[in-house]
Design a protein around this ligand. Structure first.
Ligand code: TYM
Length: 330
């Protein structure tokens, strides 16, 4: 089976972007691939979260993933910091990572702009740690959203560089999504991608209750509608259709698309339909996640078993990496 790796930072509640861009694909891949899915708790430390919050945030990500349909019997589900081979490989890869190339990474430049007072080395080397997460299992497919594309390119560069210098060890990992392009769910206010740090009222969290979901969707950005038949959709409208395709019946989506094409769409009606379908879609996930979070012991058992499997795979890679580099003495 081909090897798959992906991770989610433990920075709070999962939102629809995480679901659409990542978790949905995890669930689809769990039968056909050898999957390693993890909570990137080290990655979340760049912003110095309160130590009291970490554990709950990690458990929540695990519970929400399972509630979305991930089966811990089929995949290794673990926490990044339970795998010491990851920081070990990170250290080795850091020797092949150049300051100049890391400084050019767009996500790093964004962080520098947003938080000039906290430009720490962990932030600069974020893509190196991410490459270590992936290469430690010698993965070939990485289900992620569009925002992670550049990080994957860097991971491939490190894999090549290592192989070239020390000998063939790492396959090149590629981002993966079903049906072509990587997903980018926009914020409901039309401003950039949906994210944990963006406008709360324009981000749909898996934990939002029915009325919150309705309220947020009814407030989503729309415009006066198309002015001529078959005109091109602005991206925030495209986004609503994309969400509708996720949760509504095909016939319903077709009907609204047709109305859009003929310039007689009523966005109020469309949003009402989307809101109700979204509520029905999200309710069972929310309930299941809440139930799972009542049972710490269950989550701990899952994480312990996930870590055991992940360490086995990671240790084998590190043995090879150390041998090739020459840090191997007896
Ligand atoms: P994170 O925690 O920000 O997001 C987790 C996953 O959700 C996807 N995603 C989106 N997809 C579509 N539209 C959106 N609006 C949207 N917002 C988030 C992300 O693309 C991601 O797949 N660096 C990673 C975590 C990570 C990782 C890894 C991922 C660490 N190591 C190794 C893959 C492999 C991150 O911050 O994701």
């Amino acid at each position: 089976k081909e090897i798959v790796v992906s991770g989610i930072r433990s920075t709070g509640f999962l939102h629809l972007g995480n679901y659409f861009g990542a978790v949905r694909n995890y669930v689809r891949m769990q039968d056909g691939y050898r999957c390693y899915f993890f909570v990137a708790d080290y990655h979340s430390l760049t912003t110095h979260p309160d130590p009291k919050d970490l554990r709950q945030n990690v458990y929540r990500v695990v519970a929400e993933n399972i509630a979305c349909g991930l089966d811990p019997e089929k995949v290794a589900l673990y926490v990044q910091s339970d795998i010491p081979e990851i920081p070990e490989l990170y250290l080795l890869l850091n020797m092949l990572a150049y300051k100049g190339e890391l400084e050019k990474v767009p996500t790093f430049k964004d962080k520098v702009r947003q938080h000039p007072d906290n430009v720490n080395a962990g932030l600069l080397t974020y893509p190196v740690l991410m490459a270590a997460d992936i290469l430690v299992h010698r993965a070939v497919k990485v289900p992620v959203g569009k925002d992670q594309e550049q990080h994957l390119e860097i991971a491939r560069n490190f894999a090549q560089r290592f192989n070239h210098r020390y000998g063939e060890l790492f396959p090149e990992p590629y981002p993966f999504d079903y049906g072509g392009g990587l997903t980018r769910v926009m914020s409901l206010d039309g401003n950039g991608k949906m994210s944990k740090s963006a406008n709360e009222n324009a981000t749909l969290y898996l934990a939002d209750d029915d009325d919150t979901i309705r309220k947020k969707i009814m407030k989503a950005k729309t415009d006066a509608g198309p002015s001529a038949p078959d005109s091109e959709m602005p991206d925030f409208i495209q986004n609503l259709f994309q969400l509708m395709e996720l949760v509504s019946a095909e016939a319903v989506v077709t009907q609204f698309r047709e109305q859009y094409r003929q310039c007689n769409i009523r966005y109020g009606d469309m949003k009402k339909q989307l809101a109700e379908d979204m509520v029905s879609f999200m309710r069972p996930i929310r309930q299941k996640a809440a139930e799972l979070q009542q049972n710490d012991a269950h989550i701990q058992r899952i994480l312990r078993e996930g870590a055991r499997q992940a360490r086995e795979s990671a240790a084998a890679t590190l043995r090879e990496a150390r041998k090739l580099i020459g840090v191997h003495y007896y």
